[in-house]
Design a protein around this ligand. Structure first.
Ligand code: GTP
Ligand code: MG
Length: 139
């Protein structure tokens, strides 16, 4: 069935929110297919965020993603790509709805980078591309 690539970003790992995020995915009824604690490489981050290269938040974002381990997840189920993004909430945590990961657990810390706890693929094409970056053996 449909697959998506989820990252619990360094702020989520540092703040001890991995279990909370995974519980929300499981309670929604999606399946966890792969799960790994990863120290991202420069190559992984350059590939993962290639669409944002050149934007003002690109370097702060990459530096932030290098600041600690992330938890990479492949989750599956009908509609999981869109469904996880709804669970995650909007990119800006100040605007994210209560009930979502970002709405409940993240806020603006006055930094250049938006620390918003999770990443979720935004299309079938990006999911398959991102799975190849974080879990090449599952691509
Ligand atoms: P991801 O699931 O992390 O990909 O978030 P997204 O799809 O909601 O956002 P997008 O792919 O557009 O941006 C990736 C990440 O870059 C975001 O999660 C933010 O951390 C950061 N980002 C995106 N847009 C902005 C912005 O306008 N300002 C700042 N400071 N950071 C941004
Ligand atoms: Mg994105």
């Amino acid at each position: 069935s449909e697959r998506t690539l989820i990252l619990v970003k360094p702020d989520g790992v540092e703040r001890g929110l991995v279990g909370d995020v995974l519980a929300r995915i499981e309670r929604k009824g999606y399946r966890l297919d792969r799960l790994e604690l990863v120290h991202p490489t420069d190559a992984q981050l350059a590939a993962h965020y290639e669409e944002h290269e050149g934007k003002p938040f690109y370097q702060p974002l990459v530096d932030f993603m290098k600041s600690g381990p992330v938890v990479a997840v492949i989750a599956s189920g009908e509609g999981v790509i869109r469904g996880f993004r709804v669970l995650a909430g909007t990119t800006d945590p100040t605007e994210a709805a209560p009930g979502t990961v970002r709405g409940d657990l993240a806020r603006d810390w006055g930094e250049k980078v938006q620390k918003n706890i999770v990443h979720g693929s935004d299309s079938v094409e990006s999911a398959e591309r991102e799975i190849g970056i974080w879990f090449p053996e599952s691509a």
